[in-house]
Design a protein around this ligand. Structure first.
Ligand SMILES: Nc1ncnc2c1ncn2[C@@H]1O[C@H](COP(=O)(O)OP(=O)(O)O)[C@@H](O)[C@H]1O
Ligand SMILES: Cc1cn([C@H]2C[C@H](O)[C@@H](COP(=O)(O)OP(=O)(O)O)O2)c(=O)[nH]c1=O
Length: 207
């Protein structure tokens, strides 16, 4: 059986990743593909347990370094237990966030550095990368507005970050995309959800 494809959706909070992951999965299923939807942190039993450690509790619960290690450990479990077996079974895997979130948030915005995050990913997941990474781009004010309407004040450990932090994340994502144009596509996430889904489908057409 042909190996499936691994596609990650990336971008800041509120750009529409979860919404588009569902829509993209439905569109691919309609074309006859066997698709699984997953997310990070999480996506396997072990990684979901680590997700609770990462998202619950005080903002200062972990140092940036400990946090980077926890994300890498969760990803190692997710890759080994969920993603690779699915790809080998011929399924397409869509993930809401993957390595590039660690590169942008921990590596870029938190100052750990891209090289260290890539080393952790080498150790944890053998450097495994998506076939395509779709970076959803939306002006920060619009993304913040969408996220606030969705969350209505219910924030996780990461909810209190300021605009400067989100700007560092966005800049890091843009730089990652520029550095690997074969893997990345930057997709305009403004307008209706249906329009965005059409753009995303066009951005994986070659797969
Ligand atoms: N194209 C769109 N236009 C307007 N609102 C949207 C659109 N796509 C998603 N939303 C809404 O914006 C909020 C954030 O979307 P979500 O998919 O949860 O983003 P993310 O997973 O990137 O944080 C949700 O309430 C969602 O229903
Ligand atoms: C996967 C991953 C997520 N994160 C952060 C981004 C989010 O603030 C948080 C959880 O993300 P998530 O629940 O996907 O939030 P949203 O739907 O709002 O995008 O974890 C990292 O900092 N590093 C990572 O490697």
């Amino acid at each position: 059986m042909a190996r499936g494809r691994f596609i990650s959706l990336e971008g800041g909070e509120g750009v529409g990743k979860s919404t588009q992951l569902r829509a993209l999965a439905a569109a691919l299923r309609a074309r006859g593909h066997d698709v699984i939807e997953t997310r990070e942190p999480g996506g396997s039993a072990g990684a979901e347990a680590i997700r609770s450690l990462l998202l619950d509790g005080d903002a200062g619960r972990w140092t940036p370094a400990a946090e980077a290690l926890l994300f890498a450990a969760a990803r190692a479990d997710h890759v080994a237990k969920t993603i690779l077996p699915a790809l080998e079974a011929g399924q397409w895997v869509l993930s809401d966030r993957f390595l590039d979130s660690s590169l942008a948030y921990q590596g870029g915005a938190d100052g750990i550095g891209e090289a260290v995050i890539r080393q952790l990913h080498q150790v944890g997941s053998n450097g495994f990368l998506p076939d395509r990474t779709l970076l959803l781009a939306l002006p920060e004010a619009e993304a913040a507005g969408r996220a606030a309407a969705r969350d209505r004040g219910a924030a996780d450990r990461f909810g209190a970050r300021d605009a400067a932090y989100h700007a560092r994340v966005a800049a890091a994502f843009a730089q990652l995309a520029a550095g690997d144009p074969a893997r990345f596509r930057i997709v305009d996430s403004s307008g209706s959800a249906e329009d965005v889904t059409a753009r995303l489908l066009a951005a994986i057409d070659d797969l």
